[in-house]
Ligand binder design. Structure first.
Ligand SMILES: [Fe+2]
Ligand SMILES: [Fe+2]
Length: 255
């Protein structure tokens, strides 16, 4: 079973020889933005997909989860981009900035429609629109915007990504997102046969609204499917780190 019909990986495709004049900082910036985009796209895809299987009552909970993820992660990322990157790249040829700003605007408008919608089928369709809009938007950034900045002689990708990171963090801080109590489980410390029982045991004991922070050395996706069949609509699943060596997932227990 696949999480999404579309591939989640959207590798950054460098237009010119990536090893020409590039320095280490620019490569690190490239990796950082690619990794963050991958986490955002994967989490949005998972949340949109979970809505399709949900019952009428579950749609309310899972819809709120998708909406909340946009408000606390995706849209802050978009706003931070507009302030730090988009405002600086107007001088670079071949970047359709207006189209990318319009994508951000369409995400916000579609999210408002999604929040206001009560009809099941329409809400699921709007979630699919949000997922697809965001996927294709990130594809444009990874395949056009970022490589052009990387290859630009006027702009420093590493400085822009550092500005983006700081702006994103300051927007998130201003949102005053409440920290919830957390049980940390490092799966690498547990023998394989006892991993899933340990995690499900911890989830059973967890108070509603609290979360497990799971750390692993590979993608714990099979665990996601097990959670989905054992506890449908009773948990949220947010990747916070997706490799290459460490995978980290935040699992909140819903009421
Ligand atoms: Fe964007
Ligand atoms: Fe982006």
């Amino acid at each position: 079973m696949k999480i999404s019909e579309k591939p989640i990986d959207i590798p950054i495709d460098l237009l010119d020889d990536p090893y020409s004049d590039a320095n280490k900082e620019n490569f690190e910036a490239l990796t950082e933005v690619e990794a963050h985009h991958k986490i955002l796209v994967t989490n949005v895809n998972l949340k949109a997909k979970s809505l399709k299987r949900a019952s009428d009552s579950e749609i309310i909970t899972l819809g709120a989860n998708l909406s909340n993820y946009f408000k606390t992660q995706v849209l802050p990322h978009a706003d931070a981009e507009e302030e730090t990157i988009y405002s600086k790249v107007a001088s670079i040829e071949g970047i359709d900035l207006e189209e990318m700003i319009d994508d951000h605007r369409r995400l916000k408008v579609t999210l408002l429609d999604f929040d206001a919608e009560n009809d099941r089928e329409t809400k699921i369709n709007l979630a699919t629109q949000l997922k697809d809009l965001f996927y294709f938007h990130v594809q444009k950034e990874n395949q056009q915007l970022i490589p052009k900045i990387f290859n630009s002689n006027i702009l420093s990708l590493s400085e822009l990504i550092s500005d983006l990171h700081h702006k994103f963090q300051s927007i998130i801080t201003e949102l005053h997102i409440q920290e919830v109590d957390c049980v940390r489980i490092d799966v690498r410390d547990i023998i394989p046969a006892k991993r899933h029982p340990a995690i499900f045991g911890a989830f059973e004991e967890l108070q509603i609204g609290h979360r497990i922070s799971l750390i692993n050395d590979h993608d714990p996706k099979p665990l996601y499917y097990q959670f989905e069949s054992e506890y449908p609509a009773q948990f949220t699943w947010d990747y916070e780190q997706m490799g290459p060596r460490i995978w980290q997932v935040s699992i909140v227990k819903l009421g």
